[in-house]
Design a protein around this ligand. Structure first.
Ligand code: C5P
Ligand code: MG
Length: 286
């Protein structure tokens, strides 16, 4: 059906269930489908040549316009909070206030750095960010088939939009909900727009404008892509969902997190830096 599902990176708790869902998605075709995806470490690579790739936040944290002191503080935050984010032995309830603390502290630090709106494009150009291999097939395939792509990200909206623009794949079928920078009249960063989106509120509560999913009410088949447990609620706003296929990228602490991921996602992709499996499934459906 989908040869890419034979890749050694693929894990499935219930291959039969996956087969049934994929068949149902194919039956519904392009007209019934919508894709809901996380951005950082889902559409972008986790690593390249043995080095970690940056998230949309990290791109700003590490750029040349940030003061040395600011950079150090942001790095300290990352080293403190990221291990908590991926700790398989702590509960979501336990992590939630700490994650809000991380996002809040990071946004406050960034807001003191006099970042210019006009610098964002160059900052992205100079970064080591990489969309996953096969990204062009992914974005183009959805665009050509008029399948809406909803990108729901706790990263930085201005940065992720620029990444997609520079890759030449920001097609009109894309909608983004993320943390957007708030610039003053001189184009200097003064804060972030509300509401704050962190890894555990990617659900209805931050989608003030539920019009998006209402407009798409005939698209009752969902392909959901994520890399964190918090990404599983991204499709909660969809009305009258019929079929959902959840694909999860397991990038870090693979051994210890495998069981939970396999339980929660229909397909788990372990240390797979490509969109091959997603593209294979889309090719079969569309
Ligand atoms: O796009 P996505 O929702 O994946 O973005 C969230 C990711 O950004 C988190 O997984 C987290 O590791 C990372 N992050 C970061 N710096 C921050 C806050 C979050 O790199 N200050
Ligand atoms: Mg992510």
């Amino acid at each position: 059906m989908v040869p890419e599902l034979q890749k050694i990176t693929v894990r499935m708790k219930n291959p039969e269930h996956v087969k049934n869902i994929v068949s149902a998605l194919r039956k519904g075709g392009a007209a019934r489908l919508q894709v809901i995806s996380d951005f950082d470490m889902t559409l972008t690579r986790f690593g390249f040549n043995g080095k970690r790739c940056p998230t949309s936040h990290n791109i700003i944290d590490n750029c040349r316009v940030i003061s040395e002191e600011g950079r150090k503080k942001l790095k300290d935050l990352l080293h403190h909070y990221y291990p908590i984010e991926i700790d398989p032995y702590r509960t979501m309830e336990d992590k939630l206030p700490l994650m809000i603390e991380w996002w809040t502290k990071a946004h406050n630090l960034l807001s003191q750095e006099k970042i210019l709106k006009n610098d964002i494009a160059q900052i992205v150009k100079e970064s080591d960010v990489k969309l996953r291999d096969g990204f062009n097939i992914f974005f183009d395939q959805l665009h050509e088939n008029k399948v809406p792509l909803f990108i729901f990200s706790a990263g930085v909206g201005d940065v992720l939009e620029e990444i997609i623009h520079q890759a030449g794949v920001f097609h009109p079928n894309i909608n983004v909900v993320s943390n957007y920078m708030d610039f003053d009249d001189n184009g200097i960063l003064q804060g972030f727009k509300e509401p704050l989106i962190h890894i555990y509120n990617k659900n209805n509560t931050v989608l003030k404008n539920t019009e998006y999913f209402q407009q798409l009410c005939t698209r009752t088949n969902i392909l959901l892509l994520g890399d964190s447990m918090g990404d599983l609620s991204m499709a909660d706003g969809v009305a009258d969902m019929e079929n959902i296929l959840r694909i999860g990228f397991l990038n870090d602490r693979v051994e210890e997190r495998r069981e939970k991921y396999i339980e929660a996602y229909d397909i788990v992709l372990e240390k797979d830096e490509t969109l091959d499996v997603v593209n294979g499934i889309l090719h079969f459906i569309l």
